[in-house]
Design a protein around this ligand. Structure first.
Ligand SMILES: [Zn+2]
Length: 418
């Protein structure tokens, strides 16, 4: 099937276009054509005039296994290790453990999807997430190599920095490592260690980097390394964050990540809003919203080496996040200020996954199982069986858990705890 999306405004970090149509090849899930003239198609998806269509959003660092609420901890901490101990000794940790790993990955996938995210990079090693990620309604990166962190309190997830980094280069995939998430002597040496080992280059994706020095920032820029900024989590745990202004000025490729909702942002929209307000608080100037949009689209795709994502262009994946405009005359700001109720439609590889019932007939062309429900006050269609899923969660927990990143209202007459 071939369909066209028209109406609304098409916005990427590089252009803003009105009165154009995007033609999607349903077979390959890619963009066939963009322009004012529409070739013959099987269906037209009509956006509203105020709708803004962005590339599908990418959450560059999440902990899907930690999808729970609320946050836990009493920072500021010296590094992540004592936070992890606080989490594991907290009653919420026991409560969360009533859910299976599969439940938590699904919850994390729904959390991301309803905030407009189509692609997620997950914190965990392959041995944990590989069996759980392939049926999820969002794409979770599986091609990466990993070292948890270069410190003595590292969780020994990888086979060593050199082996993991070499494999990333050979396979043209990212080498992901947490770096300088703390202020102890070891944490502050992260960049030097990676440099010494020859493991700092365009394949390297560093998570956090809150203790980066001026010299480290210059090194990251020269080496073309990537950084994932997790401001909510950093600020909650350490009351500070990566030197973001210096990183941007140096030209480092920065993506945005929510980290775990038990320390970080509720979802990517919440994270963008927090990033924007924190930047203003730290530097008494506004962070250009187009830069934030770049961090959740092209920059994230570049860091994770997903070269057919994060952009809207012919032959790229047909991944789109449609947001209700109107928060601002600046469309980038409309995304930064959006909340869950503003997400109008989410498409991944040509397939609608989530959206307003306004698009009901579009969804009806696809054979997937969908359910209609109220999310954040709006009537929506969501892939899978989210109502059954939520009821199962509540049954396992023994009560109706309120999750602000998955605020669904069940249809009238449906008991939460069956
Ligand atoms: Zn992490």
């Amino acid at each position: 099937m071939r369909y066209a999306i028209e109406g609304g405004t098409v916005v990427t970090p590089d252009f803003i276009l009105q009165d154009i149509a995007i033609v999607v090849d349903g077979e390959t899930g890619t963009i066939l054509h963009m322009g004012k003239d529409i070739p013959s198609v099987d269906m037209v998806v009509q956006l509203e005039k105020t709708d803004i269509l962005f590339p599908g959003l990418i959450n560059a660092h999440d902990h899907l296994l930690g999808t729970y609420y609320p946050r836990v901890g009493k920072g500021p901490y010296l590094n992540w290790y004592p936070w992890d101990n606080d989490l594991k000794s907290h009653p919420l940790y026991e409560e969360r453990s009533r859910l299976s790993n599969q439940d938590l990955y699904w919850l994390g996938a729904y959390k991301n999807l309803i905030s407009g995210v189509v692609t997620v990079s997950d914190h965990m090693p392959h041995v944990v997430n590989e069996p759980l990620i392939h049926d999820l309604p969002v794409f979770v990166l599986s091609n990466y190599t990993l070292e948890h962190e270069c410190s003595s309190y590292d969780l020994r997830w990888g086979r060593g920095i050199t082996i993991e980094h070499n494999e990333a280069r050979e396979r043209n995939i990212p080498f992901i490592t947490h770096l300088e998430e703390g202020f102890d002597e070891e944490a502050t040496l992260g960049v030097d260690i990676l440099m010494e080992m020859g493991a700092l280059d365009e394949y390297t994706v560093l998570i956090h980097g809150i203790a980066l020095s001026e010299k480290d920032v210059a090194t990251l820029a020269t080496q073309k390394a990537n950084l994932v900024w997790c401001p909510s989590s950093n600020y909650y745990m350490f009351q500070t964050t990566a030197p973001i202004k210096a990183l941007l000025e140096a030209g480092v490729n920065v993506a945005l990540g929510t980290d775990s909702p038990m320390s970080g942002g509720l979802h990517i929209l919440d994270e963008m809003q927090f990033a924007s307000s924190l930047y203003e608080k730290l530097y008494q100037e506004k962070l250009d919203p187009a830069i934030l949009v770049r961090m959740v689209t092209v920059n994230a795709a570049r860091a994770l080496r997903l070269f057919d994502e994060g952009q809207i262009a012919e032959k790229k994946k047909a991944n789109f996040t449609v947001v209700r405009g109107g928060h601002s005359h600046n469309p980038y700001e409309s995304l930064v200020k959006a909340d869950l109720s503003d997400i109008r439609l989410v498409i991944r590889e040509g397939v609608p996954l989530y959206g307003s019932t306004h698009f009901l007939s579009f969804f009806s062309h696809f054979p997937n199982h969908y359910q209609q429900l109220f999310i954040a006050g709006g009537e929506k269609i969501l892939i899978g069986k989210p109502i059954h899923f939520y009821r199962e969660l509540c049954k396992k927990l023994g009560f109706a858990k309120q999750l602000p990143f998955f605020p669904l209202t069940l249809p009238e007459g449906t008991a939460v705890c069956p």
